[in-house]
Design a protein around this ligand. Sequence first.
Ligand code: KDO
Length: 329
Amino acid sequence: RSLVKIASAALCTLALSATSSFAADPVKLRISTPAVESDWHAKMLTVFKDELEKTAPGEFDVEIHLNASLFKQGTEPAAMQRGNLDMAMISAQDIAKQIPAWSVFTAGYLIRDPDHQKKVFNSDIGQKFYKMVADDMNIEILDVGYLGTRELNLASDKKITTPDDLDGVKLRMPGSDAWLFLGNALGADATPLAFGEVYTGLQTGTIDGQDNPLPTVKAVKFYEVTKQIVLTDHLVDAIFLSMAKDTYDDLSAEQQEKVQEAAAVATAYNNEKRIADEKSLVDFFKSEGLKVYAPDVPAFRKKVQDAYLESEFAQDWPDGIVDQINAVK
Ligand code: KDO
C-alpha cells in the first residue's frame, strides 16, 4: 500500500515538473535582419521585444540578430521555411522570388506615400496578398512597416535631371531580379551588392551610387562617402515583419494575439520615427556638404512606369490590380 502511495506521489511530482517546466519555457523567437543598430527598423525589433515582455511576461525569448550576422540578406525567407529561423523583416522583392504576383509591390512609382501603403495592406488587397504568402511560403506576415521612400545617393556630383543622366552610372541595388530591374528602369547600370558591403563599395569606387531611404543613408553614414542625394522618390518601400508559420501555429490563440499587437505597436513606432526623419534629414545632409535636390520627377516616373507595364513582371500581376491599388484613398 505504501509502495503504491510512494509510486503515485512520484508520478505526481513527475507530472507537476513536466507541466511547470513546460509553462516556464519561453518560446524562443530568433529574428535576423541586415539592418544596422541605429536604423529605425532595427529599433522597432526592440520595441516588439519590449512590448511582448510587457503583455506576456516570461512567455517569449526574443533574440535579435542585426547586420546579417545570422542569415545573409535575402536568405531569411528560405531560412524560415526550412525551420531555421523564426522571424525576419522581409521585402516584397524577397517574396516576389517565390510568388511572382508580388512583384507588383516592387514597381517604382506605384504606392504613393506611407499612408497609401498602410491603407493598401490593411485593405482586402493586403489580406489577399498576405494569404498567398501564408499558403505558398508558409510564412505569416504580422504587419507592414514603412522602410521609407527610396532616393538616389551618388558618389559623383554630376547633376542628374532625367533618366538619361544616369547612363553609365554603376548603381548598387540589393541582389535580386526585381531590384536590378528597378535600377535599370531608372536609367542606371544596376549592379547587385549586399547591404553590408555598400559603404566600402562607395568608398573604394567599385560602385558609383546606391539607393535607399534618407533615414538609412543617415543610419549607415553613406553621406560620409557620397556627394549628392537626388530626390527621385522612386519607391515607397515596405518591410514586412513576419514569422515562420510553423512557429506561429504552435502559439496559443492568446499568444498569437499578443504577437500581432506587439507587431502593430512596433511598426507604428517605426513609421512615426521614419516619417519625422524624412522631413528633417534634407537639412542634415546639406549641413554635411551634400547637394540635395529634386530632379525632373515626372520624367523618371514616366520612364519607370512604362518599363514596368511593358515588363514580364506585369504579366504575373492579378487582373486589374494596378487600378485597385490606385483606387485606395
Ligand atoms: C538595401 O539593401 O538597400 C535594403 O534597403 C533593402 C531592404 O529590402 C532591406 O533588406 C534593407 O536593405 C535592410 O533591412 C537594411 O536596412
